[in-house]
Structure formats: C-alpha cells, structure tokens
Design a protein around this ligand. Structure first.
Ligand code: SAH
Length: 473
C-alpha cells in the first residue's frame, strides 16, 4: 500500500500561511527573553525600523498595550503561554521561538537583496528544506540584484513620468530585469548599467516582432533549459502543443495568454496553416511570443516550417533547443544510444508518413545497424519491424518502447525487434511513445548495482513483456 496521497503532483488546496511584509517603521514591538535568540530577533526588528521594547521575563499585561507584535524567546512553557494570552488580549501578533504550536506567525528564512526581500516559510513543516531552498535561491539571485533593485527604486518616478503607457513601462522593466542593464549590473558594472537604463528610457521604441521557437523537452519540467524556463516565465503569449504538461505551463505569468494549438477547436485540430497564421498575428512589436513545442523544435516538430513562414512575413525567430524525446527515453532507461564497438550511428526516424506519403526506407535502415530512435512509430511498429528484419536486422535485436518518457506516468517495455509489434499492441500505448532499437541498448550503464536490479528486472525485462504481454509502469 502506498503511503503517499493519491495524486502528489496536484497542488494542495489552500495556503498553509498567508505571507505578508509588515511595515514596522516607528511601530512598537516586544521581545521577551535574554538569550541569543531574543537578541537576534530584537536586532532584526530594529533593522526594520521598529521601536523594540525588551524584557527578560514576561512583563505585566499592561506593558503589551499598543504593540504590533510580540516575540518570546523563553524556555519556560508556562511563561510563554502567559505572554501569548497577554499579547492576544492586546491585539498583538504573537510568536514564540521554536514553539510553532503557539505562534500566530512564523519568521521566515530570509534573503536580502537591497530593498528586495525573499522570504521562505514552510509553516514549520520542513525547516531543513527551507534552508536548502534558501541556499539555492541565494545562488540564483546574486547580491548584485540588490543594486539592481535599488536602481529600479530610484528610477521609478522618472519611468512613470516618461513612459505613461502601460505596455512601454512593462517593456522597460522587463529590459531592466533581464536585459542589458541587468547583465551589466550582475557583471559588477553599476555605472554602465545605469547608463544603459537611461538609454533605454530615452528610446522606448519597441523592438521588432520576434517569435521564440522553444523546445520544452520530453516532459519533466526539470529537463527544461534555463533559457526555455526564463522565456516561458516572461512570455506575453504562449502557443503550445497538447503535449506540454501543466507543470511546465505553471511557469508562465498569471496574465500570460496560453493558446493550446494542439487542441481540437470545434471539430478540427488547428491545422499547420492555422498555427502559422496565428503566429504571424500574435507576433507584434515588443510582445514576447513563445511557440512552445515538446522535445526539440527542429526534431519532427515542424519548427523549420514555422520559422520559414515567419521569415516570409518579415518576423524574426530565435530558436531554443530542447532535449528531444529519444534522449529523454534513453536516459530513463539508463541505456546508451551509441557505444564504442557496438553502435557507431544513431538514426532518428519517424514512423508516421509525411504529408506526401513519403516514409523512411525501413529495409535500407535495416542494413545500417547502430541504434534507431523511432518517433510516432507505435502504430506502424509491426510493419516497420518486419521491414527492418527483411533488410537484414537480426530479429533478436533488443528493442524498447517508452511511453511518456521522463514523466511520472512513464511506462517502458523491453522486447525484441521480432516481438515489437505484439508488445506495442498488447500494451495499448496511447500516449506519446518512443521506440528505441539496437544492440547498444541491451545493457544499462552503469551496470546495475544491488539497489537497481529489482526495479530494472521488474520494469523492463519481465518475460511477459518479452512475449508482448502487458507491462505496468
Ligand atoms: N519535437 C519532439 C517530437 C515531436 S513528434 C521531440 O523532439 O521530442 C511527437 C512524437 O515524439 C511522439 O509521437 C513520440 O513518438 C515522441 N515523444 C514526444 N514526447 C515523448 C515522451 N515524453 N515519451 C515518449 N515519446 C515522446
């Protein structure tokens, strides 16, 4: 029986705590206790401009009048409770160090970058995790962000005056946060950054239209490139395939327009012509338009056609490569696609006929050897396996079928070229499915250690699967 809730990928409803940043300048707060923890809290409150009142033991209830918040750092549970009820009676928010059960609020883990404060809280559920997350964020947000935030603060009134239009202002702040000024500030050149910001302010002509053709990888959001993740987060409009999972789309801005061009509209799917026309219509000066595709945009993704179409309309394209499904599947299987002395070629092929009916010459590919990665190949698996064998590929060549590679719903099946058609048919793969064929895939790399043998055996080399019978994930 599983100890996990049925669907751990679903976000929990509701917030455990409501995060706010309190304005404490010249407001009275209380700290009770005389240890190091009390000193730290008092110092922090003082830095926020609060007027800190200190007691080493709980004062009379009257002393709590007018306090905005009270923090007790006391060992004596009885004394803590007395402070709690006095604080409550006075209408002050209460916190006791290391005693989450009696707290009205938590003091989060913090990162300070000038006027920007990043606070991380787990409501006491996982303080160590909060510290880990904090060090990751610290690495991702270097101290120069503080200077960037201060520069933004200084420029704010000028920007409001010089750029009255919403769109212009948003573009300017976007450029400040991610463009040249940010690059220069992060490179330790504050003066050049300031000059660049002024130049941007003086010239607010929007940049010419541009569409980013972005590969989203095989499915696991961790396999997005950093550039893909950044563009998804910055986009005004995202035109995405049906295969792009909700976890990746949650990276988008709340006000971004998400258009599922893989979805049926009315009775018809968006045709490629519709998508091309939509891309041209959406590409407007200054708008960040992302065309998001599964895997890599240039591997059976029709990215080339879209790029050409945009170019004929004078619209620039930028390409962000992604991890293609074959690589995601091989990584999940821990099997190499090339191997010295075993597989010196990797052929990438589609099992789905092109619009003109053209198909790869499977018999010829049967003579090539090496590894073969077949996209969209599950439906025609039976026929193409027979043709590969007719071309000379040994029937016992190892073959793998991987559905939903890199996603929690991934299913894999190990078989041989001879049994490939049966394996695909009996497992009813209905999701995106990758077929990998070749001797290099026979053994996992590195060789299985004690801990992985069980899963490898269970998942992949089950006799049922070899005979084409159903497998589970
Ligand atoms: N541009 C994509 C391929 C698009 S064609 C890429 O580079 O991966 C769509 C086909 O890709 C699917 O039919 C399937 O064969 C394969 N595919 C895409 N995502 C997959 C996944 N997560 N697992 C297995 N196959 C996948």
């Amino acid at each position: 029986m599983s100890h996990l809730p049925p669907n751990p990928s679903q976000p929990e409803p509701g917030l455990s705590h409501f995060p706010i940043f309190l304005e404490l300048a010249r407001r009275a707060v209380g700290v009770i206790g005389d240890g190091a923890a009390a000193d730290t809290k008092a110092a922090l409150l003082a830095r926020a401009g609060a007027e800190v009142r200190r007691w080493s033991t709980p004062p009379d209830a009257a002393a709590f009048a007018g306090l905005v918040l009270v923090i007790a750092a006391l060992d004596d549970a009885e004394a803590v409770r007395a402070c709690q009820s006095a604080a409550r009676a006075a209408g002050a928010l209460f916190n006791a160090v290391d005693q989450p059960a009696v707290c009205d609020f938590q003091v989060p883990s913090m990162i300070e970058r000038g006027p920007m404060t990043i606070a991380i809280g787990t409501g006491g559920a996982a303080p160590t995790l909060a510290r880990t997350v904090r060090s990751r964020i610290e690495a991702a947000v270097p101290p120069a962000y503080g200077a960037l935030a201060r520069m933004s603060q200084r420029l704010r009134p000028t920007v409001r005056r010089l750029l009255p239009r919403d769109g212009d202002r948003r573009r300017f702040w976007q450029a400040m946060a991610t463009g040249r000024p940010a690059d220069l500030m992060l490179a330790g050149q504050p003066i050049a950054a300031e000059r660049e910001a002024e130049r941007l302010l003086a010239d607010s002509t929007p940049p010419p239209p541009l569409v980013h053709l972005v590969g989203a990888g095989p499915g696991d959001p961790e396999l997005l490139t950093r550039r893909a993740a950044r563009l998804i987060a910055e986009a005004d409009v995202i035109l995405h395939d049906a295969l792009i999972g909700p976890e990746i789309l949650t990276l988008a801005r709340r006000d971004a327009r998400l258009i599922d061009v893989g979805k049926r509209c009315g009775r018809h799917r968006h045709s490629q012509a519709d998508i091309n026309a939509l891309l041209v219509a959406e590409a407007q000066p200054g708008r960040v338009v992302v065309r998001l595709k599964g895997g890599d945009p240039f591997v059976f993704g029709r990215g080339g056609e879209e790029a050409e179409h945009l170019a004929t309309h004078g619209i620039d394209v930028a390409i962000v490569p992604g991890i293609t499904a074959a690589l995601g599947a091989a990584a999940s299987l821990k099997r190499a696609l090339t191997r010295r002395g075993v597989a010196g070629t990797l052929t990438v092929a589609t099992g789905h006929p092109q619009s003109d009916g053209a198909e790869p010459d499977w018999e010829a590919l049967g003579r090539v050897g090496g590894s073969l990665a077949i996209y969209m190949g599950s439906r025609s698996a039976h026929r193409l396996a027979a043709e590969l064998i007719a071309g000379g590929r040994p029937p016992e060549t190892p073959a793998w079928v991987v559905e939903h590679a890199t996603l929690p719903t991934e299913r894999t099946c190990h078989t041989t070229l001879r049994l490939l058609g049966n394996a695909v048919a009996s497992n009813r793969f209905t999701g995106p499915t990758m077929v990998l064929i070749g001797e290099a895939l026979a053994e996992p790399v590195p060789p299985p250690c004690a801990a992985t043998v069980a899963t490898a055996t269970e998942r992949s080399t089950s006799p049922a699967c070899r005979s084409g019978a159903p497998v589970s994930a």
